[in-house]
Design a protein around this ligand. Structure first.
Ligand SMILES: Nc1ncnc2c1ncn2[C@@H]1O[C@H](COP(=O)(O)OP(=O)(O)OP(=O)(O)O)[C@@H](O)[C@H]1O
Ligand SMILES: [Mg+2]
Length: 377
């Protein structure tokens, strides 16, 4: 990826500044060249063809040309808010006292993720009513729930792609949304989210690779954007990340030249490019055959163990959930109805949980039927 003859500029030199500007310009140009949200693999193309009313709306995982970060949407979806530049000076962190408040069960360190009283609506439609849970460090937590139950919406709230109506979101002891930060101006909130974005990676359902960039360039993108590292260093990091997901041989291939399973792994390599503390996966098994699903499951589990990464995985696939989860969180009609180990999930007395495991549509009240079917049909 790097030109062998290219000289590595010294830190602090004008040359370094120029090299950084060049790298950023390249990243921006490549993003601009990639058509917005253009699917790069066959399964991605299929996913874009849908009758879902959301198809009309811009999706969080579809980066805008002016937004150089490939898979990390803006902290606020409100179009009126000013977006500061990435290199603006660091502003104050949320108060340590507030961070401590999220600590639970007497542990020294707070949970990696805390969600309290989260509410999110689209217009009159309440999608998340009152979501509460904590995710311990280093765990693999699987979020389950019927189609349309709000899993992806919740994930987008967690990564700052959707503003929330009310509630609190904490990551690694810092409040990202909630009373401590909501009153701050957009610059301060942006700094908080920018810090947070370096701590998590996201693997979207579609893998969201940029079709005009090689696999290696896709993986390099967040490193280029978030760091000042020399191209040679980035090149080494990219190779390491690709090796970690078993794609060492695919660095120079285009997304159109790799399979759906490889695209998922390439997306995963990009998600771990900055050594995140947390990886969010939205349906990592979608569009894959059962064997590749097993491979991806192992990869999630292995990465979590080897790198101590906290993993939040949204999946419909029960076998996957039981295979990889330390804990399962089940969403139903905008609320968490179950939290526990896979064994506890299988032994649950809750009819809705039992029906979900059995693959049945969990409807208890006939009045709910039309609205629910809107989402599943
Ligand atoms: N940007 C949006 N604007 C309006 N409604 C939306 C938007 N995004 C999601 N929704 C609605 O919110 C509800 C929950 O959608 P979401 O994508 O979170 O469900 P999900 O649980 O991830 O479903 P699936 O398992 O099918 O991926 C759906 O009814 C959907 O139509
Ligand atoms: Mg979803």
């Amino acid at each position: 990826m790097t030109d062998d003859n290219e000289k590595v500029p010294e830190k602090g030199s004008d040359e370094l500044a120029a090299a950084k500007a060049r790298a950023k310009a390249t990243a921006e140009r490549k993003l601009a060249e990639s058509s917005v949200g253009k699917a790069s693999t066959d399964d991605e193309k299929n996913e874009t063809k849908t009758d879902d009313p959301r198809a009309e709306e811009p999706k969080a995982e579809e980066p805008k040309p002016e937004e150089p970060k490939a898979d990390e949407p803006k902290p606020d979806a409100e179009p009126t808010k000013d977006e500061p530049k990435k290199d603006e000076p660091k502003k104050e962190e949320p108060a340590p006292a507030a961070a401590k408040r999220s600590s639970s069960r007497g542990k020294d360190r707070p949970p990696m993720i805390v969600v309290k009283g989260l509410k999110k609506s689209f217009g009159d439609r309440v999608i998340l009513k009152d979501v509460n849970y904590e995710i311990e460090r280093g765990k693999v937590v699987v979020i389950m729930g019927g189609s349309g139950s709000g899993k992806s919406t919740m994930l987008k709230c967690l990564i700052g792609a959707h503003p929330i109506d009310c509630g609190e979101i904490w990551l690694d002891g810092a409040q990202l949304s909630g009373p401590d930060v909501d009153h701050l101006d957009s610059t301060k909130r942006h700094v908080i989210w920018n810090d947070a974005r370096r701590k998590f990676g996201v693997l979207f359902q579609s893998a969201a690779l940029f079709g005009s960039m090689t696999v290696g360039e896709n993986v390099a993108l967040p490193i280029r954007f978030h760091t000042d590292l020399a191209e040679e260093t980035i090149d080494i990091m990219v190779k390491m990340k690709l090796d970690q997901v078993g794609l060492g041989h695919a660095e120079d291939l285009l997304p159109s030249e790799i399979s759906g399973g490889m695209a998922k792994r390439a997306g995963l390599a990009r998600a771990i490019a900055l050594d995140p503390k947390v990886i969010f996966y939205d349906e990592p098994s979608a569009g894959l055959d059962p064997i590749v699903v097993t491979v991806v499951d192992h990869l999630i589990k292995d990465l979590s163990k080897a790198l101590g990464i906290t993993s939040v995985v949204i999946t419909h696939v029960m076998e996957s959930a039981f295979r990889i989860a330390d804990e399962i969180v089940m969403l139903y009609q905008g609320e968490v109805i179950f939290r526990g180990t896979p064994e506890e999930c299988q032994a649950s007395d809750d009819d809705r949980v039992k029906q979900f495991i059995a693959g049945e549509v969990p409807v208890r009240d006939e009045d709910e039927l039309p609205a629910f079917l809107d989402d599943v049909l």
